[in-house]
Design a protein around this ligand. Structure first.
Ligand SMILES: [Zn+2]
Length: 418
């Protein structure tokens, strides 16, 4: 499985669980809680997870998880557990299947636990960077193969006193970290351990006018650059589309591993994991904008509600900082590409044009809307999209009509369908 496919699958888990329309109907999510021990010397982990499983379909006789194939399962326990198997060759990912003694009915809640350990196939960069990265994408922590949602509460400890855990949500260094997700999502921050004495990672704090940015970086100048940029990005977003829900704190992890080696940037409010060269503040703006833009079913091009809005927010920031000429150059390129693409919606999210549609055509359509409405009204529309927590295109069109007119809605619908 290549990394990109992994990412796509994971992105899909994240958005469907977090923001899919279905998740609203679910009363109580499954809870996965437990402990993860990180051993630096062995480059290995040990985990014990207790799962309070809420059955989603009726008559479910088993459940299964995707996990790193390098893991070894020590035990699976529970009153209703009949047996388990771990198929390390399974596609698309190694799969742990747990069979129950009887078929479970929908809504039933059962408890089981499992313990496992091993040297993860990714995530340990001890020699080169004195760095451990338990990234959700690496599946060192399991994901339901049915993509169903669950809450996480994982406590992590590291066995080497030279290593500190990075609590990226709170922006602090610590000896023990609890990573939680209460948004019925598997999507959590990576669990990170770093030998700061050796790799030089430090924590830098920048604040101005009641806003604060904490940056973890091995380079003081990168930290300052990223910190300053994040404060400017706050200012711009807080005075435009985020004015009703301003952000005053974020932490940015500027990872010491080159982006080439670990191609993941993440955003999970109020934190960003970032690894591109520090000058790349467009990407930083994009990631920070996801504090607001995180909607739409990721299985389909409805994900444009997340990515096209983030991309266009990034462009608005570039225009604000670097001027119209720079912005117009970006727009020209987008216009060229958008012309050659099929309609924004209804296509295959993971097909040939999936990414181009949501990262190029979608932002171009938003640009056209801004041109039609004028800047002020366009920003008002973005504010309304956030206020109404729009998660589908039909809802977006409704909000647009309320903000403008039936005529403009119709014109915009045509842009989407063209
Ligand atoms: Zn994005």
């Amino acid at each position: 499985m290549n990394k990109l496919a992994t990412l796509l699958l994971i992105a899909l888990v994240f958005y469907t669980t977090n923001f899919g329309a279905e998740s609203k109907k679910e009363k109580k999510p499954t809870l996965v809680e437990g402990e993860l021990k990180i051993s630096i010397e062995d480059e290995a982990i040990e985990a014990t997870l207790n799962i309070t499983y809420v059955v989603k379909d009726s008559a479910r006789a088993s459940t299964s998880f995707w996990m790193d194939s390098a893991m070894e399962i020590q035990s699976v326990d529970g009153d209703l557990v009949k047996s388990y198997s771990f198929d390390q060759e399974a596609k698309p990912f190694a799969t742990l299947t747990i069979d129950f003694k009887e078929a479970l009915s929908e809504g039933e809640e059962i408890a089981f636990s499992f313990a496992y350990s091993g040297k993860p196939s990714q995530g340990f960069w001890i020699e080169e960077y004195q760095w451990v990265d338990i990234d959700p994408d690496f599946m060192i922590l399991p994901v339901f193969s049915t993509l169903e949602s669950f809450d996480y509460r994982i406590k992590a400890v590291v066995d080497d006193v030279n290593y500190k855990l990075i609590d990226v949500q709170k922006g602090k260094l610590t000896q023990e970290v609890e990573v939680t997700s209460v948004t019925t999502s598997y999507y959590i921050n990576p669990i990170l351990a770093s030998n700061n004495q050796k790799n030089g990672v430090g924590l830098y704090d920048y604040s101005a006018d009641g806003k604060e940015v904490r940056v973890f970086s091995e380079y003081a100048d990168s930290a300052r650059y990223v910190g300053d940029a994040a404060l400017r990005i706050f200012d711009f977003f807080n005075s435009t589309f985020a004015r009703e829900e301003p952000v005053t704190f974020c932490s940015v992890l500027y990872r010491p591993i080159p982006y080439d080696e670990h191609k993941v940037t993440r955003s999970f409010k109020p934190s960003v994991v970032f690894a591109k060269p520090h000058e790349n503040i467009a990407t930083l703006a994009h990631e920070i904008s996801h504090f607001w833009w995180n909607r739409g079913d990721a299985l389909t091009t409805e994900k444009w509600l997340t990515e096209s809005f983030a991309q266009y927010s990034e462009m608005m920031f570039i225009r604000h900082e670097q001027g119209e000429d720079k912005f117009n150059m970006i727009i020209e390129k987008l216009a060229d590409r958008a012309e050659k693409l099929p309609p924004l919606l209804g296509g295959d999210r993971f097909g040939r044009y999936g990414d181009d549609l949501i990262y190029e055509k979608g932002p171009y359509i938003l640009y056209q809307l801004e041109n039609r409405l004028g800047y002020e009204k366009f920003v008002d529309f973005m504010v309304a999209v956030n206020r109404e927590q729009v998660a589908t295109t039909p809802h977006l069109l409704e909000v647009l009509e309320n903000q403008t007119s039936a005529k403009i809605r119709k014109e915009f619908e045509e842009l989407i369908k063209r």
